[in-house]
Structures are given as C-alpha cells and as structure tokens.
Design a binder for this molecule. Structure first.
Ligand code: GRF
Length: 197
C-alpha cells in the first residue's frame, strides 16, 4: 500500500477527491497525513476522513528555509512514500525538494509548460488562449518546470471567468491526480525514471 502525504493551502477539493478515491478498499494508496502552510479550509476534509493533520504556518518562520526544515521534519514523522502538493501555494525550499523529489508531485491548472506559476488560470485567460488544461508533474527546483506525468486539455469558453474556467479544470486535475497516484502505487509509473537531480 502506497502511503501519501498531501500538502494544501486552500479549500482542498483535490484532496477531497483523493480521500474519496482512497476510501475504496481496492485503491492501492492511502492518505496518511495532510499538512498545510496556513489554517486551510481543506483540513475539514482530512478530519471528516479521520486523517491526521499538521500545520506549519509559513508566517511563523523568518525564512523559507526555516519553514521548510520544520515541514520536512513533520513529513519525516509519517515517512510517506509519496508527497502530493495539492494547491500548496508556497514554493518549497530546495532542501525539501532535494530530500523528497522525485517522490514529490504537484497538480497544476494549466497545460505545462504553458502558464506556470501561481496564476495559471488567470494567465491563460489574459493570453487569450482558446484552450488550456491540467497537469500533474514531478516537483523540481523550478516553478512548475518538473517532468510531466500526465496532462489533459480543457477548452476555454468565450464567456469564461477565472472562476468558471478553474472550476472546469479542477475535475480534470482530480482525475489525473487519482490516475497518477494509482499508477505509482501499482508500479505502472516509476518515479525514479523522473529523477530531477
Ligand atoms: C488547484 O487548481 C491547484 O492546482 C491550484 O489550486 C487549486 C487548489 O484547489 N494550485 P483545492 O484547494 O484543491 O480546492
């Protein structure tokens, strides 16, 4: 059974989908802990599924490196086989990426390498793209620049707002994330083949 830690910052809808998938006894992975950099609404999903949580508030640390050291310490307690960044709105320091990659994956609401960064949906709209997408990648030390594990196109509709477009992308992100986690757990996807260092 593949053990998974999930890191969030927000509502955790992708986390929720993964928890629901993992509740199926036939699913080959289990979420063992959910962590966040702030008091995230998504903690409620973890609690609903009886999954432990930890909070490492970014604002409590003087530097990103110190925050990362504490995050890493918390993750090591749980010894997860895989860490999923699911809407974690912070860049991890290189020390954390180097410690865990390639067993560290991220979901992104655009068709990478198009529109990396914190505003992938907004940037696609601003660029006038007629299609964007969703991606699951291995985290490296760049911004959304790691090896792509799965991705799928999503059409942009003429009257789309950032919200409506993001709400259409998110179900695709969820499906891709669940497929990738399942494939890793079954050994169909070998993360060592995507080593980033
Ligand atoms: C997802 O689109 C994720 O890729 C992006 O933020 C969103 C998180 O949504 N970085 P949620 O917290 O899972 O609802």
């Amino acid at each position: 059974m593949l053990t998974v830690a999930v890191l969030i910052s927000g509502t955790g809808s992708n986390l929720r989908a993964l928890l629901e998938a993992a509740a199926d006894p036939g699913f080959p992975a289990r979420v063992v802990v959910v962590g966040a950099d702030r008091q995230a609404d998504g903690f409620a999903h973890a609690e609903a599924f009886g999954i432990p949580t930890f909070l490492v508030p970014f604002r409590d640390f003087e530097t990103r490196e110190h925050w990362g050291e504490e995050l890493d310490r918390q993750l090591r307690v749980w010894k997860p086989d895989l860490i999923v960044l699911s809407g974690l709105m912070r860049l991890l320091p290189a020390s954390v990426v180097d410690a865990w990659s390639p067993r560290l994956i991220n979901t992104h609401p655009a068709y990478l390498p198009e529109f990396p960064g914190a505003h992938g949906v907004r940037d696609a709209l601003a660029a006038g793209a007629t299609r964007t997408g969703a991606s699951v990648i291995v985290v490296d030390n760049g911004v959304d620049s790691g090896p792509i594990l799965a991705q799928e196109r999503v059409e942009v509709l003429p009257d789309d707002t950032e919200h409506t477009l993001h709400e259409r992308i998110k179900p695709v992100e969820r499906r891709l994330l669940i497929d990738v986690v399942r494939a890793i757990a079954r050994g169909e996807l070998e993360l060592t083949a995507f080593s980033t260092s």
